[in-house]
Design a protein. Structure first.
Length: 95
């Protein structure tokens, strides 16, 4: 396994809760998920480097409910091990 899928579990497990909440809810991204995207995604997907027009830095500082569909896609890419790419830093299994 390239990395431990459990690293992003806080985001994935929160998605059904957010889906049931009103879109105006100010549900924040869990700190562990923010740390994960900061460490493994911001190099390519931040305001200054928004590859594929994906700016996770902007999404991480706004309401989770507001960007639910985008976070669903992020979680899916990580679960399918399509991100982070093989040539990028990879999370440690025991992290």
């Amino acid at each position: 396994m390239r990395f431990a899928a459990r690293l992003f579990v806080p985001l994935v497990s929160l998605l059904p809760v957010v889906a049931a909440a009103p879109l105006a809810a100010e549900t924040e991204l869990p700190k562990s998920a923010v740390a994960f995207v900061t460490d493994y995604c911001f190099d390519c997907h931040s305001e200054s480097h928004a590859e594929a027009h994906v700016d996770l830095e902007r999404l991480a500082t706004s309401s989770l409910a507001e960007h639910f569909k985008q976070w669903q896609r992020v979680a899916s890419m990580i679960e399918q091990q399509r991100m982070p790419p093989m040539d990028a830093a990879q999370p440690e299994a025991g992290q």
